[in-house]
Design a protein around this ligand. Structure first.
Ligand SMILES: [Zn+2]
Length: 80
């Protein structure tokens, strides 16, 4: 696990349920599944801009390439 994910995980544990961070994604965006659960949902985070996402959000994260990350696509499709 990267240090990025470790620090993210620790921050969430300390602050309980914090509001999601949502920023405009830029060219560096790369979404990744985190070990963090938020209200029972798997949380994802963007390594490029620091945004966070859970499946109940009404938008879909995209990588810098414009593609929906496979792990996210799996969840989004599963809800149809
Ligand atoms: Zn981003």
């Amino acid at each position: 696990m990267s240090s990025f994910l470790r620090s993210l995980s620790r921050r969430q544990a300390d602050s309980g349920i914090a509001p999601l961070r949502v920023r405009s994604c830029r060219d560096l965006c790369e979404w990744t599944r985190t070990p963090v659960q938020r209200r029972g949902e798997q949380m994802f985070a963007c390594r490029g801009c620091g945004s966070q996402w859970v499946p109940s959000e009404h938008w879909t994260p995209r990588d810098a390439s414009g593609a929906i990350p496979p792990a996210v696509l799996e969840i989004v499709k599963g809800e149809d």
